[in-house]
Design a protein around this ligand. Sequence first.
Ligand code: SF4
Length: 247
Amino acid sequence: MELDILTNGQNFYDDKNLLKKIIDIYPSNVQLSLYSMDSEIHDYITGVKGSQHKILSVIKELIKQNIHVTITCFQTSYNPESYIKVKEFAQSIKVDFLTDCRFIYNKKSKNIQAKLDKNQIQEYYKNTINNDYIRNFIKDDKYICEAGILEISITPKLDITPCVYCNYEFGNYKNLSLKELKNKIIPKYKEKFIRKNLEECFNNDYCRFCRYCPTTSSLDRGFMKKSSFLCEDAKAYYEAYMQLKNK
Ligand code: SF4
């Protein structure tokens, strides 16, 4: 079993004992979200002044303590192209780097914010995709993604979910043992989240490139439904891929 911690780093900066505890349990990876090398942009996205300074300091300390660090930079309309400089920074300090295009979902207001438009998504993919890569998302017996199958997430409130972004709850760690989760709940989840159960999907060429995500679909028309967000993303990926291939 591997333990990954996904964090904005703020509590680790404020509470050095907490940071020490994390270092002592020696997680497999600590993944930190750095939205921009420009502190004003990063702080605007997090909504917390000084948050970029804190996260950079925590990254430095974790590296010093020999903890494996991954820096992620999600691309939204609030930080256009900032992943380029963040990637250079991650490479300069020799840590892993991850990027993706996402939007911000406000759970309280149920609003979607900072979504890139179709052209911006396509441009992002043109700059980041490997043109040999086809996701090959087709109607078969495979699981939709690894969430809930190879990984689970435990939130600060101890809710257990398939992944850190997911609003599908298996239960709470206080009254659900991992054994019960593994033997009773996950097998039922596995039966449901199989590609061939996506009844409305797989009718277009671009579906092969779909990064189907049950959480994203739940923000649109519901779990396991066709989603305009995912269709737009798959189309943009497909068009960027075709343009690169035909160059
Ligand atoms: S969500 Fe859209 S792109 Fe994805 S598999 Fe379904 S129809 Fe295809």
